[in-house]
Design a protein around this ligand. Structure first.
Ligand code: ARG
Length: 591
């Protein structure tokens, strides 16, 4: 067990709870003491207002009775009553500094393993084989990656599942087309640098060619349909072709993952086809339990309150009329597998909000079947990526934008900006910085937006050095590093929290914000919202900036003040780096 550092806010909560226990009957004293940061003091508690009625007292009177208990706490320096009954609480500088000192002694910065014991299955990225990965998959990939990192840091056992779309009737036409056009070039061509064709593009072209033929030529369509049957019944030659296609696609996906620096790898692949052998059994179990019913020779599940525009009930299709299975059946198999075999206490599906109804139905069936009981199963939805025109993001000709092109674009802009700022940099270093900056920019733009909202993909804004951008945060990190370097070079590098100093308001503000790091990580894990951490890091960067303006570090008034400020710089730098890492963004030393 990691030793945990209790944050100041939780110390204050304890103090308020103790005051409540002294003044109120047990059933009221047990309540959350409602402590938060305040504009008027360090913290405020709204508990007197919340409990007044139940305690049969006026809020101000209740607050007045709680006050002396708080005032008696040695490290609380002031307790004031304001408004209708708020308690404004100020803590001693020494308490603030002591807290940070403890935090800075730990690699984990005092963050407790609050998720230990949880087994969390995270389904994310999940692009479709033989098709381009598009911006929607980018969202899933980046949100999923951040959640995985945060949950893992907080001690959960995380199981990554990349549910790639590697099965379905479309493979019939793809394979048939390939067999009939043996010369078609769809394999991995030389790919590495900017702009080259890659396998998914070639596969995407194959897909479009096959689709066109399928739509135009009845005879081909029939051959393609027969090919589906051959694939499903395990025909060797057909299965071999399918494997080849899947493999090529996966290589292309991995290339994007590596470029983005997301954690996904080969071992995380658990695509639709993996569940094939389970589907018949899943359907059988649902049939036995009386959950599915026959409807026009298909097997379906109905829900009274899920209806289409015409008022008809919308079914979850479990087995098609021809005996085949679809996306819904597979997801019934995934949920059963994740809950029963992987023993998930939490299962997250990081998927586009447009699939909300699908997941609602799948989760409800899982509940009816008794697979889903007290586990936490969540469709972690996200909105659409828009272009700068506010419409869904498309190329000028209306096609989907290739992810690789998009990253290339961000890279080019970052190169321009970095070159502008550091004309003397060597090109290898410049490349490295531009890469780090562009990936960080794309990720931060994604992760700083509340995931349920749509957001506009605007490369120029993303790579800007000002405003809430990844580049700004990375740059602030490098500034902190450079302050530390300069102190060391000047022979005054000692960083040490000094307990008996009087803090300036900017030092307090920075310290109290550093104190919120653990609570922010917990909030991300609970609400599954990485943007809370992204917003926190931006606030941290700004607060550091005001601190640095108001409080000279190298030229501090005394060596103790300087050591304390350098300790603050160091802790801010580490918190920033750790926080960025949890978002999957690297924190460079220089840029
Ligand atoms: N491949 C699907 C798509 O591109 C996403 C799959 C999400 N995961 C799942 N278990 N259904 O839309």
């Amino acid at each position: 067990m990691v030793e945990q550092v209790r944050s100041l806010v939780s110390e204050v909560e304890h103090a308020v709870s103790a005051a409540m226990a002294a003044e109120l009957p047990a059933e009221l004293a047990d309540q959350d003491p409602l402590v938060r940061r305040s504009d008027h003091a360090d913290f405020q508690s709204d508990i007197a207002l919340a409990l007044a009625k139940k305690a049969d007292q006026k809020p101000r009177d209740l607050a007045e009775r709680l006050r002396p208990h708080l005032a008696a706490v040695p490290w609380i320096t002031a307790v004031e009553l304001s408004g209708p009954g708020f308690l404004n609480i100020t803590v001693a500088d020494a308490a603030v500094v002591k807290q940070l000192a403890q935090r800075s002694e730990q690699v984990r910065l005092g963050v407790a393993e609050s998720q230990s014991g949880q087994v969390v299955v995270v389904d994310y990225s999940a692009p479709n084989i033989a098709k381009e990965m598009h911006v929607g998959h980018l969202r899933s990939t980046l949100i999923g990656d951040a959640l995985v990192r945060v949950l893992d840091f907080l001690g959960a056992e995380v199981v990554r599942q990349n549910h790639v779309g590697d099965w379905g009737t479309q493979f019939g036409m793809l394979i048939q087309h390939l067999f009939e056009h043996p010369g078609a070039n769809w394999r991995n061509t030389e790919v590495d640098q900017v702009g080259n064709e890659d396998a998914t593009s070639a596969l995407d072209a194959l897909y479009r060619a096959a689709r066109a033929e399928f739509d135009a030529d009845e005879a081909f369509k029939e051959r393609a349909q027969r090919r589906v049957v051959a694939l499903q019944s395990g025909d060797e030659e057909t299965v071999a072709a399918w494997r080849e296609i899947v493999k090529e696609s996966e290589i292309a996906f991995q290339r994007i993952y590596d470029r983005l620096g997301v954690l996904l790898n080969h071992d995380d692949l658990a695509g639709e086809s993996r569940y094939n052998s389970l589907l018949a059994d899943v359907v059988e179990e649902l049939w036995r339990k009386g959950i599915v019913e026959k409807s026009q020779d298909a097997l379906v599940v109905f829900f009274d309150d899920i209806r289409g525009p015409s008022g008809d009930r919308v079914p979850l299709l479990v087995r098609k009329r021809d005996g085949g299975y679809g996306y819904g059946t597979t997801d019934l198999a995934t949920i059963r597998y994740r809950l029963q075999e992987l023993k998930a206490t939490r299962a997250l599906y990081v998927v586009d909000a447009r699939q909300a109804q699908h997941f609602d139905m799948v989760f409800r069936v899982a509940r009816r079947a008794g697979w889903l009981t007290d586990q936490d199963v969540v469709h972690v939805q996200f909105g659409t990526v828009l272009g700068s025109d506010g419409k869904p993001f498309k190329t000028r000709s209306g096609g989907t934008v290739r992810l690789a092109d998009l990253l290339d674009d961000a890279l080019r802009r970052a190169q321009e900006i970095v070159t502008d700022r550091n004309p003397e940099l060597e090109s290898a270093e410049l490349e490295e910085i531009a890469h780090t900056a562009s990936v960080g920019a794309v990720k931060y733009a994604e992760l700083s937006t509340a995931r349920t909202k749509d957001y506009a993909f605007d490369v120029d804004r993303m790579v800007s050095f000002t405003g809430a951008t990844g580049v700004y945060l990375q740059y602030m990190h490098t500034r902190i590093k450079s302050i530390q370097r300069r102190a060391v070079d000047a022979g005054v590098g000692e960083a040490r929290f000094v307990a008996d100093l009087a803090l300036k308001p900017q030092e307090r503000a920075l310290s109290l914000l550093l104190d919120e790091f653990a609570a922010t990580c917990d909030a991300v894990a609970d609400a599954l919202e990485p943007h809370r951490l992204a917003g926190y890091l931006y606030a941290l960067a700004r607060t550091f900036s005001s601190f640095y303006e108001a409080c000279p570090v190298l030229k501090a008034e005394s060596s103790e003040i300087r050591a304390n400020r350098l300790a603050l710089c160091a802790l801010t730098g580490r918190t920033m780096a750790r926080g960025l890492d949890l978002l999957g963004i690297s924190a460079p030393e220089k840029m």
